[in-house]
Design a protein around this ligand. Structure first.
Ligand code: ADP
Ligand code: MG
Length: 467
């Protein structure tokens, strides 16, 4: 394994990329390379296999996206790049970012193939062909086995969030997919953490990779970590309430190790008056979409989630992360708290630790190379009542498949004595439904506008789904 050269370019324009890609980057306002991009892109553009390790939010998608787009030949209508992601939400995020980066290349077709979605439309899209396929391993392997997907001309394979794919047990499936790819190809593996299992995967799948690594542990200056002692598990629901009340963050993600704990913690918070929602992998996809939408648009303040489920959360800056249990794996802990304190913002990470978990704390100290102190829980502030979220959400029973676009919704809500455009928040259009955040006091009025008016010339059913 070779280490990357440390003399890195700082701006995109100095990279040997096709001019349309460079111009588009300027239009997107991407000027300076992030650290991982600076370290990885020269090797990627030179066609080397690369292992890139950097924390969440460091810009890994742009790093591999530019690499695969740079060498893509749009006139050859074959699948030339395959990007594997652990979850559908992540695959969607990657596809979205790739589409942004590819705006300058005409007629490029990017297809997502993920589990939890019906097969029929995917088969139809595959018949039409694509240049880039982004998807989850299980579904890609399904299509391969059924002969729907030909990967014989793939030039670039990307394993995004490889650590998470291994955590989720995709190892055998990954090997099966790799067996269907040409041996002569470029493989890029990205991961936020670097457990030993990645080495084994890399040894099988990559050739003479260049390894680039950017500051594994988060700098202590941006994330303020506190650890609180709880007597036992029974104390955790009350302890969580005390922590959230005394820190009073506008929004926070509470990480749990299991589905059962997410339900327990979310229930406790709801009883205490918090606008909290639980999110875990056993939920139906449409419920997960709704939960993520409500949290991301400010209609819920607290998201209680398992690690895997929280991966779909597309939020840049989270003011606070709480660990209901300390993770057994210190790298997972570092990854969780990396959700806060991004982009130079100050982040707060609070962790509940029982006496039985002290050994985990010691492992974390070893990884972070710093002593971690346990504190007493803060008392519940007198007369505390959680603030209501500023927004609430309308769900509309129409989405992309009905050609609904955000602009249409804004039009329907603001037209003819409607609500002001500034009172509308985030709008997320899914295949069959759309979530619109509006300021809470205006929810009824907004709903009325949708009930009486039309979107795209027709009526859609809508309801308030905020907590
Ligand atoms: P990662 O995969 O490392 O967790 P992402 O690729 O999702 O991170 O990037 C995080 C965010 O940073 C995205 O919103 C992306 O558009 C933005 N971004 C990436 N590279 C740059 C850049 N060079 N300049 C500005 N923003 C960037
Ligand atoms: Mg990523």
């Amino acid at each position: 394994m070779t280490k990357a050269n440390t003399d890195h370019p700082r701006d995109f324009q100095s990279l040997p990329l096709q001019q349309p890609l460079l111009t588009n980057l300027q239009d997107l306002g991407y000027e300076r390379l992030t650290e991982i991009q600076a370290a990885a892109l020269p090797a990627i553009v030179a066609g080397r296999d690369v292992i890139g390790q950097a924390k969440t939010g460091s810009g890994k998608t742009v790093a591999f996206g530019l690499g695969l787009l740079h060498k893509l030949q749009v006139e050859r209508f074959r699948v030339q790049a395959l990007v594997l992601c652990p979850t559908r939400e992540l695959a969607d995020q990657v596809a979205r970012e790739l589409r942004k980066l590819a705006r300058a290349i005409h007629n490029i077709k990017i297809l997502t193939l993920c589990g939890g979605m019906p097969f029929g439309p995917q088969i139809g899209s595959l018949k039409h062909g694509a240049h880039i396929v982004v998807g989850t391993p299980g579904r890609i392997e399904d299509h391969l086995r059924k002969g729907n997907l030909d990967l014989g001309e793939v030039q670039t394979l990307v394993l995004d969030e490889a650590d998470r794919m291994l955590d989720m047990g995709f190892q055998a499936v990954l090997d099966q997919i790799v067996a269907a790819l040409p041996r002569q190809r470029q493989t890029l593996l990205f991961s936020a953490t670097y457990p030993k299992t990645i080495d084994a995967l890399a040894a099988r799948v990559l050739r003479e990779p260049v390894k680039v690594e950017v500051a594994a542990a988060h700098s202590e200056s941006t994330i303020e970590q506190s650890f609180y002692l709880v007597e036992n598990n029974e104390q955790r629901p009350a302890a969580l309430h005390q922590l959230l009340a005394s820190h009073n963050a506008a929004s926070a993600v509470v990480f749990c190790n299991t589905k059962r704990e997410t339900d327990e913690a979310a229930q406790a918070l709801k009883r205490a008056g918090f606008a909290a929602l639980a999110l875990h992998g056993d939920m139906e996809q449409k419920d997960r979409d709704r939960t993520l939408a409500l949290f991301a648009n400010g209609s819920a303040s607290i998201l209680v989630a398992t690690d895997v489920a929280a991966r779909g959360l597309d939020i840049e800056e989270l003011p606070m992360v709480v660990n209901y249990h300390l993770s057994r794996d210190p790298e997972v802990h570092v990854h969780r708290i990396g959700r806060t304190g991004r982009a130079g913002q100050k982040g707060v990470a609070l962790t509940l630790v029982s006496k039985k978990e002290i050994y985990k704390l010691e492992r974390l100290e070893e990884l972070l190379q710093q002593p971690l102190r346990l504190q007493e829980l803060p008392p519940l502030p007198k007369g505390f009542a959680p603030a209501r979220p500023v927004m609430t959400t309308l769900q509309i029973d129409g989405g992309k498949k009905q050609k609904v676009r955000a602009g249409d919704i804004v039009g329907a809500l603001t037209g003819d004595g409607g609500i002001g455009a500034t009172q509308i928040g985030k709008i997320q259009v899914f295949d069959f439904s759309t979530f619109v955040a509006v300021e809470r006091p205006l929810a009824k009025k907004a709903l009325g506008k949708l009930a009486t008016g039309k979107v795209k010339g027709r009526k859609f059913r809508a309801r308030i789904v905020g907590v």
